[in-house]
Write a protein that binds this ligand. Structure first.
Ligand code: IPE
Ligand code: IPE
Ligand code: MG
Length: 238
């Protein structure tokens, strides 16, 4: 999910942008809870993109503080609810204290299986593909020029998760903004004008209803799907 529209939510109420980010955290709590109720196994939230450093320094530091506070207040609750926390992105420019909280939260919740909640922080889809490519090239220089998708995929930041079924972007913009580029190849895309702080259980259900009406053909024809019942065959495998 691309959680977009916090700033506009605040602006409509004549509040500072950061008030929208604060309310955005409440929406995160609701969406995590609803995901557990719906039986969603993987929920991935775009919290801060590699491009968001371009925002005013005050807003950037507010977002970082909000992340710190959310980790401090929520990790125990995540653990109690059997939720596994993962954070993806380039953590090297983040404050040491924040990185420590992330690592502690991941360690505490690592064996939980009910829901995997991934937070993308200082994440960029291009960064992800490049870091995987560079690691692959270093590990196997002898195979340069012959790398396959199966070589690269395990080195991507979300290799622990299946490729996403559904992408949701709130806030009305219809773009990917450098989110999971590789992984979204065959994901169903859903865009809603609802601003992130207003994205409640009802809005979430509407996204899932839309997803349920999609026919996932993976390059085949409709007729083939009916005949062979192959809709569940993963991309690129036959
Ligand atoms: C998304 O809301 C939150 C982050 C990018 C951190 P925005 O802050 O982008 O809200 P708008 O798009 O300005 O309304
Ligand atoms: C995308 O939202 C990133 C996050 C929600 C974290 P932005 O609001 O930063 O995206 P653009 O700049 O409008 O594409
Ligand atoms: Mg935005």
């Amino acid at each position: 999910m691309i959680m977009d529209g916090n700033g506009r939510w605040a602006k409509r109420r004549f509040l500072p942008r950061v008030a929208g980010h604060k309310r955005g955290v409440d929406a995160v709590r609701d969406v995590v809870r609803a995901s557990v109720d719906f039986g969603v196994e993987y929920l991935t939230l775009f919290a801060f993109s590699s491009e968001n450093w371009r925002r005013p320094p005050d807003e950037v530091s507010f977002l970082m503080q909000l992340f710190v506070r959310a980790l401090e207040q929520e990790v125990t609750k995540l653990h109690e609810n059997e939720i596994r926390l993962r954070v993806i992105g380039d953590l090297s420019p983040l404050d040491a204290g924040l990185v420590r909280l992330i690592e502690e939260g991941e360690r505490l919740t690592q064996s939980n299986t009910r829901l995997t909640l991934t937070v993308a922080a200082n994440y960029g889809g291009r960064w992800d593909i490049l870091q995987a490519m560079n690691r692959l090239a270093r590990a196997h220089p002898e195979r340069a020029g012959r790398y396959t998708e199966e070589d690269l995929a395990p080195l991507l930041a979300m290799s622990y998760a299946p490729e996403p079924d559904l992408f949701v972007r709130t806030g009305g913009e219809q773009r990917i903004s450098n989110f999971l580029l590789w992984q979204l190849a065959y994901t169903e895309l859903y865009f809603t004008d609802t601003l992130w702080p207003d994205f409640d259980t009802k809005a979430y259900l509407a996204a899932i209803q839309s997803f349920r009406q999609r026919e996932r053909r993976y390059g085949r024809t409709s007729e083939q799907l009916v005949a062979d019942d192959v809709a569940a065959v993963p991309v690129g495998r036959g």
